[in-house]
Every structure is written in C-alpha cells, then in structure tokens.
Unconditional design. Structure first.
Length: 300
C-alpha cells in the first residue's frame, strides 16, 4: 500500500514539481498527485519514469479558456455545448497526462449548478452563527436546496454527456476516472446524483473519488454524512483525498478535526488511490506527523 501527497502542498514552496518532490520523498510519501493548480510550466520537462505519479486531478495541467473566465471543471457542466466540449477536451488532456506519466487515475470535478450564490452564503453564515438545528437554519438550508433543485436539470444533463465522452476516451487507455465528492451545495454531484452517474458507467472505467473533508463539511451543514457515502458508494471508490475539517474549514491535517478516518479505513477498497491533500501552510514536521497518524490507521 502506498500513499501520495497532492501538489496542493507545493503552493508557495516551489515553482516546479521536480524540486518539490525531493522534500516530499523525505517525508515518507511514495508518490504524488498532480492537482489542478499545476500549470504546464510546473511540469515542463517531466518525462515518463521521471516522477512517481499516482493520479492527475483534472483539469491539470490547467490552462485558461481563451474567452470565458471560468475553469474547465466548472464548464464541464455548462449547458452551452461549445463551452462544455472545450472542458471535455481539457479532461482528455488530463487523461493523456495520466497515461504518459503512468498514473492510475484521474480525479474529476464534475461542475456545478448555476444558482444564486446568496442562498448558500446564508446557510454558511447561519451555521457559523450557531443556528444549526434551529428553525432559521432549516429554512435557509431548505431554500438553498430548493434553488438548486430548480436549476439542476440542464447542468446535470451536461455532466452526464461530458462524463460519457470522457469515460469512452478513458476506456481505451486503462486509466480510471473518479468523480469527486464536492464542497459546495451548488456543486455536482449530490449523493443521489452520484449514485445515478455510477450506475451509468462500468466500474472498471469510472467510479467515485471520495474527498473526506468535503463530505464532512457538507455533513456539518446537514447533508449526507461520510457513512452514507460509504454505504451507498463505497465499493465504487477509485481514490480518496485524505484531509480533515474544523467546522467549514477543510484541508487541515487528519486528527485535527471531525473526520472519522477509522471509518474510512474500514470501508476503503484496497485498490483505491490514497492521496493526502493538505494545505500549503503546514510545516514539514506537521506533514510528517499526519503521515504517521494515517499509517497508524492503516490508511498509508
């Protein structure tokens, strides 16, 4: 069993992945994940066999759309078919990068529902203000979920088309795709949507990418908990992003917050790609301690 460290921790530390990997290896990590912060310049000159890469996080390597100031992962759910097709092409580039570097899987952000952001903002502020469990909180959450439900159809239909095209492309390469569990209420998929998407695809090609911190933040807001996701989708987990949460703050080190990592360890398929996705400001000593904590739970 091996574990990777995401290039999320490379931010403000290095400008090229090769130099950064020397420090990563000294902390006991066998592999790295190239996350969606990676630009072409950050991997310039990297060739097959150069670095041990576990996975690629779409849309790595990230490039801007020539005219629309939105990232490829958001456009994957765009009802505008021209924008959606451009995003799918970026997904194919991520798959190609995975093939060229020997990565097992590609983690996919599957877009979002275009709904007024104020509804989710109110939910978050009510939570931070200590109103969780009170009528005002329930009203705010209900309003946000109703707004999402009213707007979801064209975006979910677009995601289904996009994933169908990406899965057909990935099937010829041997690279598996994992739809990531997301942080925001507006983002796709919900648990119900995830089950639908998984049922539509061969498990050898497409599964779920479990993000422990994202799920825990949503659970704090009253949405399905980690146990629910593991019960209904656990056997389809392609990979996992391991990080903890404190309230609505994610990407903190395991053991610092509310995520039940023992539960994750008990349900995670043996073949799942394991990636630590820690924020950049943690010191090497803190990263090393978190790595040992996960090893104690047999997660690395």
């Amino acid at each position: 069993m091996t574990i990777a460290l995401s290039t999320m921790w490379m931010q403000n530390r290095a400008t090229h992945v090769t130099a950064w990997f020397e420090q990563v290896r000294s902390l006991g990590f066998d592999r790295i994940e190239l996350s969606h912060i990676i630009t072409p310049a950050m991997i310039d000159g990297v060739v097959p066999g150069h670095l041990p890469v576990s996975s690629i996080h779409f849309p790595a390597p990230t490039v801007p759309h020539p005219s629309v100031p939105r990232p490829a992962d958001e456009l994957l759910s765009s009802p505008d078919d021209e924008l959606r097709a451009w995003a799918v092409e970026q997904g194919r580039r991520s798959i190609d990068l995975a093939v060229s570097l020997g990565a097992e899987a590609v983690c996919i952000h599957a877009g979002r529902v275009d709904m007024p952001g104020r509804y989710e903002w109110v939910v978050q502020q009510r939570y931070l203000g200590g109103a969780f469990g009170k009528p005002l909180y329930g009203e705010a959450l209900g309003t946000a979920l109703a707004a999402r439900a009213a707007a979801v159809e064209p975006h979910f239909s677009a995601v289904r088309r996009s994933l169908g095209e990406l899965a057909a492309y990935a099937e010829t390469t041997g690279v598996r795709l994992g739809i990531e569990t997301r942080l925001q209420i507006s983002e796709i998929p919900s648990l119900t949507e995830a089950r639908t998407l998984l049922q539509e695809h061969d498990s050898a090609v497409l599964g779920l990418w479990l993000d422990t911190g994202h799920i825990q933040v949503q659970a704090h807001l009253g949405l399905p908990a980690l146990g629910d996701w593991l019960t209904f989708c656990g056997s389809r987990v392609v990979g996992v992003h391991l990080h903890d949460t404190r309230g609505l703050r994610d990407h903190v080190l395991p053991g610092m917050g509310a995520v039940d990592f023992a539960l994750v360890a008990a349900h995670l398929p043996a073949h799942a790609v394991r990636v630590c996705e820690f924020d950049w400001y943690f010191t090497p000593d803190e990263i090393l301690a978190a790595r040992k904590y996960l090893a104690h739970l047999s997660l690395s």
